[in-house]
Design a binder for this molecule. Structure first.
Ligand SMILES: Cc1ncc(COP(=O)(O)O)c(C=O)c1O
Length: 375
């Protein structure tokens, strides 16, 4: 047991999140408390809302709702869908399956389209499926499937969805702030993310954006959403000019995310996306030169997560444990179908730094030499 926190050395977090938080963000979180309806705090909320909308490239309503990425996911399903509503879901990884589980719990009429994990989702499957249905309310997809390292192109999914008059919900948990996502151009009705990955803040908030059509749909529901806490219309009434109390806002997290968003725009979106791409490329080259096989190829590779196939004869858990114990480097393990088969190396937000890539590659080399693996 730890006697005090100072015994815990700082970690280099190269897993699927949380990623490292910027020191300025942690400092901002030590701001003294303000009441959740304090007029000065309302200014902070407005700034956050503007910054989130700029990051998602949208004019839609933007909020930071309490909870992690799964809260944003659940707010979407519980608010947008009523029991019996038809939702067509593009499924290609572990987090897609979490979305499927949530939609099922709503009692929606769920139409899953399952595709190969580790490959981009073939959009023609969506086109073919939608031809069989006249009454689809919602289509769902994930921009960056963290379990497989796939960055899903969304242009065709969006145009097919819109041709069929459905709304589009997109998970941007892993991509927001690290890869371009143009919500207005893609006509995305609801997108959600998380504070702890490419934004460089601790876990605890889910930045979401809701289109006018999505909000109108929520306001005209016949039944109330099963979740009161994550009811997007109630949350909106606090974030809009009505300022109606809904829950006690996590004040420190708000100061933190505002600073994180300011840092993102100081760096510049294009520079930030390029940094994520460059560091992922250095990592892939390093791993390939050590003869590792990586999942995925070409443009669909996610810069935020590099999935590495654990070679036969290597104890994947032991390597990850040794990296943490001896080098203070955290990496991710495989999830679902990929459990025990891959490592997931995350380079997101503050964690996407060239010096961390080199620290990881040299630590991995030492650990493998220790395991007598022929490099
Ligand atoms: C793509 C994706 N969606 C949703 C989630 C769930 O987010 P959280 O763990 O913040 O609740 C994750 C978490 O890693 C994720 O990678």
């Amino acid at each position: 047991m730890l006697k005090n926190d100072s015994e815990l050395p700082p970690r280099i977090l190269l897993g699927p999140g949380p990623s490292m938080a910027n020191a300025r963000v942690l400092d901002a979180m030590s701001h003294s408390m303000l009441g959740y309806l304090d007029p000065d705090f309302m200014v902070v909320l407005d700034e956050i809302s503007d910054l989130i909308a700029r990051l998602y490239k949208t004019k839609n309503l933007a909020m930071a709702i309490p909870g992690t990425g799964s809260a944003g996911m659940e707010a979407g399903f519980s608010s947008l869908l009523e029991p019996g509503d038809k939702v067509v879901m593009c499924l290609y990884g572990h987090f897609c399956e979490r979305m499927f589980e949530m939609a099922t719990r709503v009692g929606a009429n769920v139409v899953p389209i399952r595709a190969q994990w580790g490959e981009p989702f073939p959009e023609e499957l969506l086109e073919n499926e939608l031809k069989n249905h006249a009454d689809v309310k919602l289509v769902t997809a994930i921009h960056g499937e963290t379990s497989t390292g796939i960055c899903q192109p969304l242009e065709n999914i969006s145009s097919i969805t819109k041709e069929h008059g459905a709304m589009l919900m997109v998970d941007a948990v892993t991509t927001l702030g690290g890869t371009d996502l143009d919500v207005d151009k893609l006509s995305i009705d609801y997108a959600y993310s998380a504070s702890q990955k490419c934004l460089g803040a601790p876990p605890g908030l889910s930045p979401v954006v809701v289109s006018d059509e999505a909000m109108a749909t929520i306001l005209s529901r016949k039944t109330k959403p099963y979740s009161w806490y994550l009811d997007l219309s109630l949350l909106a009434n606090y974030w809009n000019e009505r300022r109606i109390y809904h829950h006690t806002t996590p004040v420190s997290m708000m100061f933190g995310i505002r600073e994180a968003l300011n840092i993102i725009f100081e760096e510049g979106l294009e520079n930030r996306f390029a940094r994520h791409e460059k560091n992922a490329e250095i990592l892939r080259s390093g791993l390939k030169s050590m003869q590792f096989d990586l999942l995925g190829s070409g443009k669909s590779r996610l810069n935020q997560i590099t999935p590495v196939i654990i070679p036969p004869g290597v104890d994947g858990n032991e390597v990850a444990d040794q990296l943490l114990r001896e080098f203070n480097i955290e990496i991710g393990k495989g999830l679902g179908d990929f459990a025990g088969k891959i490592w997931r190396i995350g380079l997101m937000g503050e964690s996407s730094q060239t010096e961390y890539v080199f620290a990881f590659l040299s630590a991995l080399e030492s650990v493998l030499i220790h395991q007598e693996f022929p490099l």
